[in-house]
Design a protein around this ligand. Structure first.
Ligand code: PEP
Ligand code: MN
Length: 361
């Protein structure tokens, strides 16, 4: 069984940074020129590790699947020219062996690989006792045990420099995120393994470059240790994940604008506890808004259905049933009848408004 230990953080402390660890670089290595140019622009910044996907797991065939092993040579060159450490994704033992042959410093296991214990075990066996830094992305499905299980397989293979990357989770429903963060899952992992470095991937959580700043800030407010941000010299023309990549200069601005919280032990736990609690409230509030927005969309569909069938908007019997049910359920959650009545009256009014608009359109 893997247990938290102070030494888990040692590799991160060895970087001796006054700011969170930053990993940046393109989603994919595309050409030698793109790899080198981007790396040079990230040199002399807060970036310590340069990322570039060499083999790309694509949801459907036909997309750009990565340049393959040739890209490893470009990364070696980028490392020699800039001094940045190099990071790539590995999905099987062959990738691991090529990465080790090419002196890659940091290897991460992608979200689609973490879901598969056979694949993770194969990677762990190929890496046994390595002193490379190995980062495990969360699995695409919101399963904390599976995520921890992936880390444990590496830990059991004698790997000491471990960390996790939170990149959000798939949903069938469309949300404002490409992958919803479900922050509470990462927070739970953090409270079970407070010394296991935790890195946020706002690029894959958001899927949109205009959300990178706010998600990064939220991660830092939740005491994350670092960020991995996709960065490309020409994001709009990137061969993969074009919408979420930023230029090196935008990245630098994002990093400059981040409020970094100093968490000294003298402060006690009050401030960190407050930050965590407030962040949880913020998460709940945005969830509430998202659910309310979704509910109104359903109301509009009901409006359209009623219109097509020439049925009246207000169905009093149905409404009274809903209210009674909500009062009962609310009571069990410690909510007063008065509150339930007020809130559902407001929701109902808004909902009727949406339906009426559709019916009269
Ligand atoms: C990536 O980092 O480019 C990547 C494919 O990420 P994920 O495994 O999180 O989808
Ligand atoms: Mn990507």
């Amino acid at each position: 069984m893997m247990e938290n230990h102070k030494a888990m953080k040692q590799w991160l402390e060895d970087f001796n940074l006054q700011h969170p660890l930053v990993i940046a670089g393109p989603c994919s290595a595309e050409t030698e020129e793109q790899v080198l140019k981007t790396a040079h622009e990230l040199k002399n910044s807060d970036v310590s590790i340069y990322r570039a996907g060499i083999w790309k797991p694509r949801t459907r065939p036909g997309g750009f699947e990565g340049v393959g092993a040739i890209g490893l040579k470009w990364l070696q060159k980028a490392k020699a020219e800039t001094g940045l450490l190099m990071a790539i994704e590995v999905a099987n033992a062959a990738h691991v062996n090529l990465a080790l042959e090419h002196d890659i410093d940091v290897l991460w296991i992608g979200a689609r690989t973490t879901v598969n214990p056979f694949a993770v075990q194969e990677i762990a066996d190929a890496l046994a006792n390595t002193d490379k830094i190995i980062l495990v992305k969360n699995p695409v499905n919101p399963d904390l045990a599976l995520w921890i299980g992936g880390v444990e397989r590496l830990y059991n293979a004698g790997i000491k420099k471990l960390g996790v990357i939170h990149r959000g989770f798939s949903t069938y429903e469309k949300t404002k995120y490409r992958n919803i963060p479900e922050w509470q899952i990462a927070i739970e992992l953090q409270s079970r393994f407070p010394d296991l470095p935790l890195i946020c991937d706002p690029s894959h959580i958001s899927g949109r470059r205009d959300m990178i700043q706010e998600i990064s800030q939220q991660a830092l407010d939740l005491n994350y240790d670092g960020l991995i941000i996709e960065t490309h010299i020409d994001p709009d023309n990137a061969w993969s994940d074009a919408k979420q990549q930023v230029t090196p200069s935008v990245l630098k601005q994002i990093l400059e604008d981040l409020r970094i919280r100093q968490l000294t032990t003298e402060e006690g736990s009050f401030n960190t506890d407050m930050i965590k609690l407030r962040a949880s409230i913020d998460i709940d509030d945005s969830k509430l808004l998202e659910i309310l927005g979704h509910r109104m969309k359903i109301a509009q569909q009901i409006g359209a259905l009623k219109k097509a069938n020439n049925v009246a908007v207000l169905q009093n019997k149905r409404w009274n049933e809903i209210l009674e049910k909500m009062i009962r359920e609310g009571e069990q959650k410690g909510l007063t009848e008065e509150f339930i009545l007020r809130i559902f009256k407001a929701i109902h009014e808004e909902s009727i408004g949406h339906q009426v608009k559709i019916i009269n359109s």
